[in-house]
Design a protein around this ligand. Structure first.
Ligand SMILES: [Cu+2]
Length: 464
């Protein structure tokens, strides 16, 4: 489905049901407290004068409030559910204790309407993360339940502006409302997932942000879409990639780059006096996603714009000789080779599974549920997931509670120097995802194309 282009609009205020709930930041116990309420809300996704879109939001805003905390501090979230359906919050990429991971039915019971839950955890690693609903995620994230979680590091690069851009695509009907009729479409679930027809950054079409003349910017890009692999292009300035999924990366100059669902890329961009434009090239039409506009009245950037060097980035620190090897054979979907699979302990044809159970994907011949335990591994072991994407579709593989290094034949040098929490696998690609199982509990391994997860691409790895 293609994204339609509209005329340029400037930044318009989001209409919120409520303003942010007061925040208490106490230096004494290094704890940031925040109230987050999930509830119905409305926001202007389209053009001024168009209708507001009915959404589900955190604290009435789109995206939800940006949570900002220093590395090493504690986050204490008082969460209340004012939706009419159960929900939970997952802290994507953060190494939380298992009970805080927000997977309803695995790590906690779902938070029922009008009920509350406290999420408390220490945030140890600086970087760009995000939070989103993890109960019926394919519907709840598509309706707007997400926000950014930024962890400031002591050694962060000095910049004039630190700008988060959460990119999302929405499937809207002609009234500008969420196209509910297509929600849960089996066709989407068996193909790429739910793709939208309207692109926003931070909830706005053609998002605009003013900056100082000749300033240095840290741009934190987050793909909050259910299924769209963004193909972004930066013009008017060069981006220096410094971080992937919250982890320091090799420094690479980028102007065109992909971000799969749930992935993050941090760029340092030096702007002059001309606008820097961000376009998405993932649909047939080139879409203007955002504009960074230097404005003289804001003054000049003050940060020294010297050359940046990566700080001691190393390859995998683990000895792989005694690693546990686990095979993950991904099959299913349209144009796939899966004829039958196990579901809840019984064998079924894929035809039956699709028609009756709405399941179309499998890991190792098993249609995934939270009961599908891929393996139980001892804490402290190094695990190598040997993943084979034996399908006709790309998949964004995400592991909860851990980061992994990636070794794939796609990278010519075969080095293991990329650490992420979500990895985009091409059709027929084989990759090794290598992690230290140092966080006890039951952790999901799943595709972050949220419809693929809902229809079978999920399993549990238990660290005991
Ligand atoms: Cu997938």
């Amino acid at each position: 489905m293609k994204i339609t282009r509209r005329n340029f609009i400037g930044g318009m205020a989001v209409t919120s049901l409520m303003d942010l709930v007061p925040q208490v930041s106490s230096a004494k116990n290094f704890e940031t407290q925040k109230n987050i309420i999930a509830g119905p809300g409305r926001s202007l996704l389209m053009d001024p004068g168009d209708k507001l879109t009915n959404l589900w939001l955190y604290n009435g805003s789109l995206p939800g409030p940006e949570l900002r905390i220093n590395e090493g501090e504690n986050l204490n979230i008082h969460f209340r559910n004012q939706l009419t359906v159960p929900t939970t919050i997952h802290w994507h990429g953060v190494k939380v204790p298992n009970a805080m991971d927000g997977v309803a039915g695995l790590t906690q019971p779902a938070v029922e309407p009008d009920e509350t839950f406290s999420y408390k955890f220490k945030v140890s690693e600086p970087g760009t993360y995000w939070y989103h609903a993890h109960t019926m995620g394919w519907e709840q994230v598509a309706r707007g339940l997400y926000g950014a979680l930024i962890v400031d590091g002591i050694k962060d690069f000095k910049v004039d502006h630190d700008i988060t851009m959460m990119v999302d695509d929405w499937r809207l009907d002609k009234d500008g409302q969420i196209d509910e009729a297509s929600m849960g479409s089996l066709h989407d679930w068996a193909h790429r997932g739910r793709l939208g027809n309207w692109l926003t950054v931070n909830g706005k079409s053609q998002y605009k942000r003013s900056v100082k003349f000749n300033s240095r910017i840290r741009l934190r890009l987050i793909n909050a879409a259910n299924a769209r692999i963004l193909k972004l292009e930066l013009t008017g300035g060069v981006g220096l990639q410094v971080s992937l999924d919250g982890n320091p990366s090799n420094f690479t100059s980028v102007s065109k780059f992909e971000i799969a669902p749930a992935q993050r890329i941090d760029l340092i961009v030096d702007v002059g006096t001309k606008p820097v434009l961000l376009h998405d090239l993932s649909s047939r039409e080139k879409i203007l996603a955002g504009i960074i506009e230097p404005r003289s009245e804001l003054g000049q950037g003050l940060v020294n714009r010297g050359i940046l060097e990566p700080s001691g980035l190393k390859g995998i620190p683990h000895n792989l000789n005694n690693a546990i090897r686990l095979k993950v054979h991904m099959q299913g979907g349209a144009m796939g080779n899966l004829s039958q699979a196990r579901f809840k302990g019984e064998n079924h044809t894929i035809r039956h599974l699709a028609r009756v159970e709405k399941k179309v994907w499998a890991f190792n011949g098993v249609v995934g549920t939270y009961e599908h335990e891929l393996a139980e591994v001892a804490r402290g072991k190094v695990v190598i997931l040997e993943v084979f994407n034996d399908t006709s579709w790309p998949h964004a593989m995400h592991l909860h509670g851990h980061d992994f290094w990636i070794r794939t034949s796609k990278r010519s040098n075969n080095h293991i120097d990329v650490k992420r929490d979500t990895y985009l696998m091409s059709p027929k690609e084989k990759a090794e995802l290598i992690f230290l199982a140092d966080n006890p509990g039951q952790w999901l391994l799943h595709c972050h194309m949220l419809e693929h997860m809902a229809s079978g691409m999920v399993a549990v790895i238990s660290v005991v």
